[in-house]
Design a protein around this ligand. Structure first.
Ligand code: PEP
Length: 267
């Protein structure tokens, strides 16, 4: 029974050889240990196959970092959900702030991507989070609300068993400045209540809510102890297998104060 989730988002880093070596390193250190933690790696598209091979037979799972909502067609440069399933992915990240901010993805786009992922039996990891300006204006909850309702519009209750939400304040991503425990507790509590309003309290408790934004081995324990934190989405620190494994280890020993009824893995 996985109690929490740790995801490594490698972003646009790594050749196939580098990805293979990094995945092997994670496999060596995480392998079949720390079974309370669901471990997922998200390499760039071109390294999915090399990573898949390096992880074959282990319980570490594969995510893609993005997808297009159409199943196929004249969409040069895009990749469909079915292709990601075929390549061995079980999960896909949708709505990462870098996609929203740098590539103009709207909440509507994110909603279409999420629906396409579900349709193809890919488990979506939905990222939401406010900018520093929005936080300073007191608009954090308003932003989370808009992003959540945009992405989840039309998503049936039956689909939530494969949904993961990641709270990633934009100002904490890649800055070396993680959100304070009180800020994380507030946002995660708000998200849990919003999910409960949409899907009912019992169902909302089944949805893992991860924190992301400058997580590293030194701050992981502090974050793991925050109420309603069911794991982390790790960018920079996931590019070093020892740092990433150290974070996984923290989440296997710290007992998250949140829900323990996170879905079982298939291992
Ligand atoms: C991310 O890209 O989702 C992320 C959390 O990055 P970092 O850990 O580098 O802040």
């Amino acid at each position: 029974m996985a109690r929490c989730t740790v995801i490594g988002n490698w972003k646009m880093h790594g050749t196939q050889t580098q990805a293979r070596d990094l995945a092997r390193g994670v496999r060596r250190l995480v392998g079949n240990r720390f079974r309370a933690v669901e471990v997922i790696l998200a390499p760039p598209f071109t390294a999915i196959e090399a990573t898949r091979r390096a992880l074959a037979g282990s319980r570490v799972r594969l995510a893609a970092q993005n997808l297009h909502w159409q199943p196929s067609g004249a969409f040069t440069g895009e990749v469909a959900a079915g292709m990601l399933r075929d390549a061995g992915c079980s999960h896909v990240i949708v709505g990462h702030s870098e996609r929203r901010r740098l590539f103009g993805e709207t909440s509507r786009d994110v909603g279409r991507k999420l629906a396409a992922a579900l349709e193809a039996s890919l488990e979506p990891i939905l990222c939401v989070g406010e900018t520093l300006d929005e936080r300073r204006r007191g608009d954090t909850h308003r932003t989370l609300s808009a992003q959540l309702s945009g992405a989840l519009k039309g998503v049936p209750k039956s689909a939530i068993e494969s949904l993961t939400v990641a709270y990633e304040p934009v100002w904490a991503i890649g800055t070396g400045r993680h959100a304070a425990p009180a800020q994380v507790a507030d946002a995660h509590g708000w998200l849990r209540r919003a999910l409960a309003r949409r899907f009912g309290a019992a169902s909302a408790r089944e949805i893992p809510i991860l924190y992301g934004g400058s997580v590293n081995p030194d701050n992981a324990a502090e974050l793991a102890r925050v109420a309603e934190v069911d794991g982390v989405l790790v960018g920079g620190a996931s590019l070093d297998h020892q740092s990433f494994a150290a974070i996984v280890k923290v989440f296997s020993t710290e007992i998250p104060t949140a829900t323990f009824n996170i879905r079982t893995t298939d291992t």
